[in-house]
Design a protein around this ligand. Structure first.
Ligand SMILES: *Cc1c(COP(=O)(O)O)cnc(C)c1O
Length: 392
């Protein structure tokens, strides 16, 4: 693997952590096996104790799953990784591996809804306090630091308003206070942004989104230093078992091979759509980090190579106008999912953010006219025509 790390990103996406059996297959084989056989009782004992390296049981060792996590780690510039059954399983493993009663975590206010619930509904019951901080308020993060803060947790850009968090600055705040910085890199993927190179300690993924990229399987991962992975996270995988199925790992391993060209095309189309929307008289405001008008455009372009494939915008005329636009699409799928080759459209105020009280929702910037589009691989012209139909 270390020799593979000398290759460029696109080469590693296809080749890193590849493996080949005696049959010489060109595409990596899928190892659908729950357990492994040993040559002798002593051999079994040495594998179980970790004295001899090798496969033991697929809850924590499987060639296909290991290849996926190692290839992703290579792409993120991380030393090691674990793969999990879903993005939420990764976040659960992260908390189980790093936190204990009495600890505190600082969490960006703009993270995935279920991530908020993990902290507020589950870990709060075990005496772990989560303090929520506005993503780009660096003074707020500094002020919230305390000796028992174990990690800072952010997503950047945020969903759905594409606010950008300064990873290097957040890493410094975390490290100055003896804490770790964890970044959920689901929206950019390592094809656009590598938080570890900017000082983050751990990167979390919902591989369900762009890494699969074709809406087929669930999966998740955490990558970081060998020490954090081996000492804190692998033991959780081994004993608590939020493990990734080898079948899903194989699909995700193949997903990594095309990740960078898929991201590049989706980002190009997203920028074209965002530019067109910004000039449209029926649109009040466009949220897209790749637009020079984005308030954090410069920071975004410093830490990510392209603007991403999520475009959000406020339609003039509130909910009625937003719903009219959505109902007039014929191509774009009406669903809350994202990161698929098929573009999707969502009205956050009535779906993903529908359970938040209206005043709190507005305070968070989620207006009634807000629409979020996850841009896939259809042609830019067809997507533009599909959005234009409902823009009266
Ligand atoms: C979807 C998502 C998750 C959860 O991932 P699952 O694979 O659905 O469990 C976590 N974080 C972000 C940013 C997501 O978009």
């Amino acid at each position: 693997m270390s020799s593979q790390d000398d290759f460029d990103f696109d080469t590693r996406a296809v080749r890193a952590a590849g493996y080949r059996t005696e049959f010489g297959e060109h595409s990596e084989a899928m190892f659908l096996t729950s357990s492994y056989v040993f040559e002798s009782a002593a051999h079994a004992a040495s594998r179980f104790s970790g004295e001899k390296p090798g496969m033991v049981y697929s809850r924590f060792t499987n060639p296909t799953v290991d290849a996926f996590s190692a290839r992703l780690a290579s792409l993120e510039g991380a030393e090691a990784g674990i793969a999990t059954a879903s993005g939420m399983a990764a976040i659960l493993a992260l908390c189980l591996g790093l936190l204990k009663t009495g600890d505190k975590v600082l969490v960006s206010q703009s993270v995935f809804g279920s991530t908020v619930q993990v902290f507020t509904n589950i870990f709060s019951r075990f005496g772990i306090e989560a303090v929520f901080v506005p993503l780009s308020d660096l003074d707020g993060w500094r002020a919230a630091m305390a000796p028992n803060v174990r990690f800072l947790y952010v997503e950047t850009p945020s969903n759905p308003l594409t606010e950008v968090g300064d990873v290097a600055a957040l890493a410094k705040i975390a490290h100055d206070g003896g804490a770790l910085l964890v970044v959920d890199n689901c929206f950019c993927t390592p094809a656009l942004q590598r938080p570890i190179e900017q000082g983050a300690d751990l990167v979390v993924h919902s591989a369900t989104k762009y890494i699969d990229g074709q809406g087929r399987v669930l999966g998740g991962a955490i990558v970081g230093s060998e020490k954090l992975i081996k000492d804190s996270l692998l033991p959780i995988l081994r004993t608590a078992g939020p493990s990734l199925s080898p079948f899903n790992a194989w699909v995700l391993l193949k997903g990594l091979e095309t990740l960078s060209i898929r991201m590049e095309r989706s980002c190009q189309t997203a920028l074209a759509l965002a530019t067109w929307l910004e000039s449209h008289p029926a649109i009040e405001r466009v949220y897209y980090p790749g637009l020079p008008s984005h308030p954090q455009h410069e920071l975004a372009m410093r830490q990510q190579s392209l603007g991403g494939a999520i475009v959000s915008f406020d339609v003039k005329g509130g909910r009625d106008a937003a719903w009219r636009l959505i109902d007039n699409t014929k191509l774009i799928s009406i669903t809350a999912n994202l990161g698929d080759t098929k573009s999707t459209i969502t009205h956050p105020a009535s779906t993903t953010h529908g359970r938040i009280p209206p005043e709190a929702r507005l305070a968070a910037g989620i207006k009634e006219g807000l629409i979020r589009v996850s841009v896939g691989l259809e042609s830019a012209a067809d997507l533009q025509a599909d959005l234009a139909r409902g823009l009266g």
